[in-house]
Structure formats: structure tokens, C-alpha cells
Design a protein. Sequence first.
Length: 202
Amino acid sequence: MLKPKTRAKPSAKREAILDAAQGLFLDVGYAATSMDSVATLAGVSKATIYAHFDSKDQLFAAMMHRRCDASFAFVPPDDTSDAARTLTIIAERLLSLLISPEALALYRVVVAESARAPELAKAFYETGPIRAKEAIAAIVARLQLRGELLAIQDAMVITDQFIGMLRAETYHRALLGLPAARPAAQTIATTVETLVRAYGRR
């Protein structure tokens, strides 16, 4: 996995570099984004970029890490909520994130470049989807420990089913730029109802 260099506290220049890189990756694509163009947009020298990041792949990975760290989508709700309420909150946050214009644009960039740059696809998968799945699986496991969900299936398997149902019609139409066929709330309600029926306490 490509890991960005870590610092105790992000510097203003590092943040400016990441802001510029994110804008360029989304606007012109990964291949067309050069370190020179990032430096120009960020108002820094190319040497400054390389003082923070070893390569464009690492810069992309760092951008993904920052996006995930800034996201509120996978912060667990408080333990007073039952399984249905908890899963509904997570589903609303996740689907909203998945169909946001920025997330859709980033996904298209990665898919377009994945055959040519498998390391880019790997960085995206490990810093985005995998971290999200692990965070949601931890919430599912907590619900199992509390008895809100039956522990008859591994938490990660339940999480895969949960995300798979959410990434169905609503997400795919958004990815293709097509109008929604049904309200997102309907997709969320059906997903939560199906999981609670399958794994909820009897």
C-alpha cells in the first residue's frame, strides 16, 4: 500500500499541495496531472512537493487518506440506537458520500486509469473502500456484541451485503449521469429492512 509521509501536524504548504492535486485529478484526470501543474496551482516549487511526497502515486494516496479522515460517514452513532436506526444513519451517510459529485468524479478517474496504473487503483481501494468497510464492519460487530444483530455471520460479510445493496440502482444511475429511478431513501429503507430481517434479534 502506498502510504504518504506522516507529520505531526499538516503544514499549510502540504494542505495547499493536496488541495491543488485534488482539484487537478478531478478536473483533468490522473494522467494529465503533472507535478509541475500541481506546484503552479499550489503556489509552491516542485522541490517542495517532493519534500512531502515521493511520487504522484503517493500524492494521490495522501489525498485519499485526507478525504477519508475528513469524512464523518463512518463515525459510529451512539450506543442508544437499535440496529435499524444505526444502520439507517450509516446508510444515509454512506450513500450521500457515494453519490456526491466529487466522489463520483474520483471513482471515474480511478477506473479510467486502473489498467494503465494498477498502483493507483490499489491506493484508491486501500485508502477508500477498504477503510470504509473496516469502519462499518466494526459498527456491525458492536451491534452483534450488544445483541442487536445475531452473530450468525461474520461482520465483514454483513458489511459487504450492506454496501452492495446500497450501491445498486441509485448509485449506478448516478455514476452514469442518469436521473434517479427511485428516491435514495427508498434504497436505504429496503437495505436496512432486509439486513434487520436477516440478522436482527428474534
